[in-house]
Each structure stands twice: as C-alpha cells, then as structure tokens.
Design a protein around this ligand. Structure first.
Ligand SMILES: [Zn+2]
Length: 408
C-alpha cells in the first residue's frame, strides 16, 4: 500500500484569513459544516451510532499526511492503542475520522440487540446469552453475520450510564435483558470516536479507557450483572486551547498526531475546491473517489490478514528500546505502540519483517508527548534527596564513636 509520507509538522497558521464564499465566512466554517457539526444526529435509541450516508471521502482530504497515516495504521492494527488528534478547530480532524467509513473492513457482528455472541456461550454457558439466541444456537443457526466496522461517536453530554449501560426496569426477567447495553458495548468491533475528549468527565474517560484496554467490561447493579465485549479502535480529538488532558489519559492513547492547518497556499486552495465540490454535489464527489476507496479498503483488509505474520527482529527492537530510554520515557506503552504501529506499517507494505524505515516512519506519532517533565524533575529531586541523605548518614556514622566516647 502507498502510505502517506510523514513530515514532522512545523508551526503554521491554523486559521484561514480570507473569506472564501458567500454562505460560509471561512474555510473553517465550511470544513466544520462538512464535518457534520451542523447535522449532528439525534441520539435517541442507538446513542452514538452515526448514520452518515455520504461522508467526505478520506482520499479527498488534502495534506494532513500524518493524521491519515495514523488512522490507517489503527485500522490495520487495533493494538496500536488508538489515536489522539491534537489541534485547533477547523483542521479536518472530525472530517477525517468520519471519512474512514468507506475504508472500514468487515467483521463478524451479533444479530441480536443484546449483542449475544457464540463466544459468550463458549465462555459462560447457554445462560450467558438471551433466550432467543440460546434457541438459535441450539438449532445451529448463526448468531452473527459479516458486517462493516461502524463509526460510533460518543455524544458530549453522555452520562456514565449511557456509556456503560444500566438496569432496564421494564425488561423481562432474563439477566441478559435486565441490563441495557451502553455505548461501549455498541462500540465492540467498531471505531469509537470521542470529539473534545479533554472536556469529558474523568469517570467516563476512565470507564472507556479501561474497557478499551481490557477488551471487555462488566456492569453490576445490585444482584444483576452483565459482561460485554468492548474491542474497539479509540480515536479522540482535542483542541488544547480548550483545556488540557490528564497525563494518565494522554499516556493511554497510542498514537498522537499534532494536526495543524495547511501551510501551502496551493494546498489550501485545493482543499477549498474539494470542500466546495462536495457541498455542491456530494454524490458526485463520493462517486469520484469510490473506486480508489474500495481499493484502499481491500488493502487494509489484506494488511490486517498479513499482520499476524509480521514481526520485528530482536536486534532492531533492542536499539529502538535504547532510543526510548535515551529520550527519558518511562511508560512501556511507548514501545508497545511504536512496535505495533511499525508492524502495521510493514504489513501495509506487504512485508513480514519490520525494518528500521518502518520504525522511523511511525516514531514521532508513537513517541511524542510521552516525556513527563514532572516525573523528570521529581526523579531529579529524589536523586538529590538520596545523595543528601547518604552524605548525612556517612557523616553521622563517622561521628558516632566520638559521641559514645563522650558518654563513658
Ligand atoms: Zn441474544
């Protein structure tokens, strides 16, 4: 696959200055409009699931190579641990995530509203699924069917109960039915997108990150409990102007991309033209990129299949780890993400062995924003204290015999 080349981002103007249309005052507004801000779906029954029939095509997004690369790698290998997009508003973060719809691979999905899976029966017996699915299973009928990975968006006003689920007071007696599935269960085998993740309540973020890390979670309400699978690719976005992200949350996002506005005037103009074309005739725009999109989707699927055969040689891994240590990064997640992203990069290129070039291509997004200034100064202070203590103890142990001598 032809992955976008990554150049380290440099400081750039993030806000467009010239008005570019009559209906929209700026490119930023256009992009926000295209990104669906004005068309937010209502979150009644299936909270979170986005039904956007004609998203802006991923391949039509101009520039932003590192953002595109990070998103593609996370589709190929969910073990990269998600993607955090950091940048000002109007830099096509949400547009890019929604545009992934066309590239998403196929997975096996439960046919049941309660999300029952054959694995549930294998793990917990026939009572682990709802009565309908138990009957189906006994009759040898399938509980799942192949389906596209979906995009699930977390509404900003979601409560903890929306996210993990809660008791359904009206439901029938079967345990499985007593617990209403939350957004996390809906996100299983899907892509979960959290816009403005830095504005979300801590308890909700913690629940999501725990579920993402474990691949499943359990809801307990008194005597009733339900376990759900939650294997999803987590993509978050944040505008640092609107508040910071707790370091422990930042650490749990695998890839971090700094998304800046397009620098090149020609690129900006091209971006405007494409957004304008999309707004004028979305159907035509989508058709124009459909064949190429289908090709990329197939390549993602074959890269996913190749991934299990792709490995990183020990010698290369050791030199990479020494680089992580030289950078003063303590978190083990740094090299986990780095190596998993490099494996995806190699698999996308049809290779079974990770090369130094793969590691180089994904290093900035895996390793940036991992060094903790607080921890560094904490350890330095601690070191000073240790030395001071050692000095005092030496001094004290040398004086000790004289003190004894005085007493006698
Ligand atoms: Zn069921």
């Amino acid at each position: 696959m032809d992955l976008p080349e990554v150049n380290p981002p440099s400081a750039a103007e993030s806000e467009p200055k010239e008005p570019v249309g009559h209906a929209f005052r700026s490119l930023k507004e256009l992009v926000e409009y295209v990104s669906g801000k004005a068309l937010e779906p209502s979150t009644a029954e299936d909270s979170g699931i986005v039904a956007e029939p004609l998203p802006f095509p991923f391949l039509a997004i101009v520039g932003q190579k590192e953002m595109k690369l990070a998103l593609l790698l996370s589709l190929i290998n969910p073990a990269v641990g998600g993607v955090l997009l950091i940048g000002p508003r109007g830099t096509a973060k949400t547009t890019a995530v929604r545009s992934l719809l066309d590239l998403l691979p196929q997975v096996e999905r439960s046919l049941c509203f309660y999300g029952c899976l054959p694995e549930d029966i294998e793990a917990g017996g026939i009572d682990a699924v709802c009565p309908d699915c138990a009957r189906k299973y006994a009759e040898g009928r399938p509980l799942t069917m192949p389906d596209r990975v979906r995009l699930v968006e977390l509404p900003l006003n979601a409560t903890l109960e929306d996210v993990i689920g809660g008791i359904d007071e009206q439901a029938a007696a079967h345990e499985r039915r007593r617990i209403r599935r939350g957004i996390l269960a809906q996100a299983d085998r899907n892509l979960l997108y959290i816009d403005e993740v830095n504005l979300l309540n801590d308890d909700i973020v913690d629940a999501i990150l725990d579920a993402a890390a474990q691949g499943s979670y359990t809801v307990r309400r008194g005597p009733v409990s339900g376990s759900y699978r939650s294997r999803f690719v987590l993509v978050g976005s944040m505008n640092p102007e609107e508040g910071r992200l707790r370091p422990q949350i930042m650490d749990r996002f695998g890839l971090r991309v700094i998304v800046r506005g397009l620098e090149d005037q020609a690129e900006r103009l091209e971006a405007y033209r494409r957004v304008h074309a999309y707004l004028t005739n979305p159907r035509q725009m989508v058709r124009q990129y459909a064949a190429e999109g289908a090709l990329v989707q197939q390549e993602i699927e074959s890269a996913r299949l190749r991934l299990s055969q792709t490995s990183i040689p020990d010698k290369l891994a050791k030199t990479a780890i020494s680089l992580v240590q030289k950078m003063g990064i303590d978190s083990l997640r740094a090299e986990i993400t780095w190596f998993e992203a490099a494996r995806a990069h190699a698999a996308a290129d049809g290779r079974a062995e990770v090369s130094a070039e793969d590691l180089k291509a994904v290093a900035p997004m895996a390793l940036r924003l991992r060094r903790s200034e607080f921890m560094q100064s904490y350890f330095a202070n601690q070191q000073n204290e240790e030395e001071e203590l050692r000095g005092l103890l030496n001094h004290w142990s040398q004086r000790k015999p004289r003190q004894n001598a005085k007493k006698t």
